[in-house]
Design a protein around this ligand. Structure first.
Ligand SMILES: [Zn+2]
Length: 341
């Protein structure tokens, strides 16, 4: 890779095959891409179709640090030996910093001496897109996340066996999770309509240790309730759920989520209409994503629902706690019209 100089626009010539599909939540067409996820045991799942992620620069800036944005969304390159992962020898999984897609395992990482994290193969060929990059008078193969088009780095043909390839990747494009990391507490954000009732439901689930209501998934920082209600920030009302994996597995938490709202109604829950009330699972680990997608697919096949699931399943973006008067609202005031288990 070149130094930290900004690359000119690259020519997109090798895009991965994508499929157009009717959006589950409306009449607009959405692109579908084929990826593979990892389950709880780290086993690679079969190829599945997921929506391609397309966001405005404003939305990416609201989610990423300046460095992450510069590298992944403007095709820049971090300085050699300056990234946080080039010398990381821990065992674990590297995922896309923008969308959470599993990209590389540590057992495919090697010390290339270049100053950038280097891998001889990805988790799954499906998850990496490639384009021809003719900047700087060279012909190189650029690598990107197939789901969100995040620029990762380049692929060279001077790697070690068994592939002979060297995926030269920017640290800033990656998030790392150590193998066997079993934190006492995990986090997830759920959107399922009015957050007062959703929090009341999750707060009483055994194994849930804390809940907060707030806003996530939008394009502005630190929104107020009035901002969100203006329908201009893109945020959803969400409940941040902290739970103990040793006491409560994520699949059981999802069962509660499906039961307490209608996941087929797009931007509406009962009388509440607008994108802030959309059904959403904002995951924080790749295992949560795989479990959520499998759970949604099972539910959809079961015939229990009145239509296709419209729930967004996306990597969690910054969570902004709602104003104090929204917290534990039903515990403080009782009653309410939202559905309670
Ligand atoms: Zn991605």
């Amino acid at each position: 890779m070149k130094s930290h100089m900004k690359l000119p626009a690259i020519q997109l010539t090798g895009a991965q095959p994508v499929r157009h599909a009717r959006s589950r939540s409306g009449n607009t067409e959405t692109l579908q891409v084929t990826v593979r996820l990892l389950d709880d045991a780290g086993t690679l799942g079969p190829p599945i179709e997921v929506p391609k992620i397309v966001k405005s620069d404003e939305a990416w800036r609201a989610q990423l640090s300046d460095e992450q944005f510069r590298i992944t969304r403007t095709h820049d390159t971090e300085r050699a030996f300056c990234g946080i992962f080039h010398d990381n020898h821990q065992h674990g999984l590297y995922t896309c910093v923008c969308c959470g897609l599993p990209l590389f395992r540590s057992d495919a990482k090697f010390d290339s001496g270049t100053g950038w994290p280097s891998f001889f193969q990805p988790v799954a060929q499906e998850n990496i897109g490639r384009t021809t990059d003719t900047s700087f008078g060279m012909v190189r193969t650029e690598a990107h996340c197939v789901r969100c088009d995040s620029h990762l780095g380049h692929v060279f043909e001077d790697g070690p066996v068994p592939t002979g390839l060297r995926y030269c990747i920017n640290s800033a494009a990656l998030t790392f999770r150590e193998n066997g990391a079993k934190p006492a507490r995990e986090w997830v954000l759920f959107g399922a309509g009015c957050f007062w009732g959703i929090e009341a439901n999750f707060a009483k689930v055994k194994g849930v240790r804390n809940t907060r209501v707030g806003y996530s998934g939008g394009v502005t920082k630190s929104p107020t309730y009035e901002d969100v209600c203006s329908h201009t920030t893109g945020h959803a009302e969400v409940v941040e759920v902290g739970y103990e994996p040793a006491q409560l597995n994520f699949a059981a938490l999802l069962d509660v989520f499906w039961r307490i709202h209608d996941p087929t109604t797009g931007h509406r829950q009962g009388p509440d209409i607008g994108s802030q009330y959309r059904s959403a699972i904002f995951f924080t680990t790749p295992e949560q994503e795989a479990t959520a997608r499998a759970s949604a697919a099972r539910l959809e096949k079961s015939g229990e629902l009145s239509g296709p699931i419209t729930t967004e399943i996306l990597l969690a973006t910054p969570f902004y706690a709602a104003e104090e008067y929204h917290q534990k609202y039903y515990a403080k005031h009782g009653g309410g019209n939202c559905r309670i288990l």
